[in-house]
Design a protein around this ligand. Structure first.
Ligand SMILES: [Zn+2]
Length: 331
């Protein structure tokens, strides 16, 4: 669970919609492409970002058969005009649906929806359901709006009633303008972004309102679990600031959402297991990007975990989060 994919070729969205800022792909050499955001170079990607068969081969090296795929957050396009973001979402979702249809034993798809317009987001969410996706991926903030904003409640309600799971991925990192060096937006900003999303949803009462919502936070929940003591203490000592919309202790939510396993740290993963249990930890990779766990959980085999814990992390938690049956993947 938690891998990113992109179509090999993207339409010229800037030309199509009449303004700049969209992602485009320049295939500058065999097996590689430059992702451009307008005229700015964003990152170089390799063939395993778009080639479904190469991805299956690379995964097989680590005894992993199934990948949950979703788009790359920079393609969310929440900043664009709503109808244009809808068109981009439709294009990306159709591409993911095609791959799942062609390789049903190897791929599960998560959709993307134009969160800047809740009506359009729900419309595309419904279509994602029809395409057979068990859930969608959304950003940790929506154009700097936190997920506690009442305007998003309708979307969460729709996810709950349609039975669509949600993966929350950090993006548009807070403070990125102030820390352009040393890859800090990725190293410092991303864990903070995810914590912002977890805390916003807890303190905004989202999990109270929608108890059946199935949410998985990327990168082991960012820094949320590592700083939970501080967050809980803040809740206890300044309820006038923290408990204004929900008076339930944040620790009570520990087994109510999922996180992925991307920690690069066996000691920290052990702590995460102690906090929320392996039934709530999914095998994340962030493949095919360099910050990901590109050995797909191999480090866990040296952690002296029980077979039950390994089974939970390696597949059962993801099946439970997405409400899928393992039988559909048996070959
Ligand atoms: Zn990711």
């Amino acid at each position: 669970m938690h891998t990113h994919i992109i179509p090999e070729h993207l339409p010229n969205f800037a030309e199509k919609f009449g303004y700049d800022g969209f992602i485009s792909l320049l295939h500058h050499r065999e097996g590689a492409a430059r992702m451009m955001k307008g005229d700015f170079f964003f990152r170089e990607i390799l063939q395993n970002c778009w080639d479904p068969e190469l991805r299956i081969e690379e995964y097989a090296k680590f005894d992993t058969q199934v990948q949950v795929i979703c788009t790359i957050p920079v393609l969310f396009s929440y900043w664009a005009k709503p109808n244009d973001a809808l068109a981009i979402s439709e294009f990306l979702n159709d591409h993911i649906a095609e791959i799942v249809q062609k390789y049903p034993k190897n791929y599960v798809g998560l959709g993307t929806v134009p969160m800047q317009d809740i009506d359009l987001a729900i419309k595309e969410l419904e279509r994602c359901k029809e395409l057979g996706f068990p859930g969608v991926q959304i950003g940790s903030n929506i154009n700097k709006n936190n997920l506690s904003k009442p305007r998003f409640f309708e979307f969460f309600e729709a996810c709950e009633s349609l039975g669509m799971a949600i993966m929350i991925h950090p993006w548009e990192m807070m403070g990125k303008e102030d820390m352009t060096k040393y890859w800090l937006p990725w190293l410092v900003g991303m864990p903070a972004e995810t914590t912002r999303a977890v805390c916003s949803m807890i303190f905004g009462g989202v999990f109270e309102r929608y108890p059946k919502l199935r949410v998985c936070f990327a990168h082991a929940g960012g820094s949320f679990l590592a700083t939970l003591g501080r967050i809980e203490h803040g809740f206890n000592c300044r309820p006038d600031l923290v408990a204004v919309h929900n008076n339930v202790n944040p620790r009570n939510y520990l087994k109510k959402f999922w996180v992925d396993s991307i920690t690069h740290d066996d000691v920290y993963l052990k702590y995460v297991i102690d906090q929320i249990g392996t039934e709530k930890i999914t095998l994340g990779s962030d493949y095919p990007f360099p910050l990901g766990d590109l050995e797909i959980g191999k480090f866990m085999l040296d952690m002296n975990l029980t077979q039950e814990d390994l089974d939970n992390i390696f597949y059962k938690s993801t099946l439970d989060w997405l409400q899928l049956d393992e039988k559909q993947f048996l070959v």
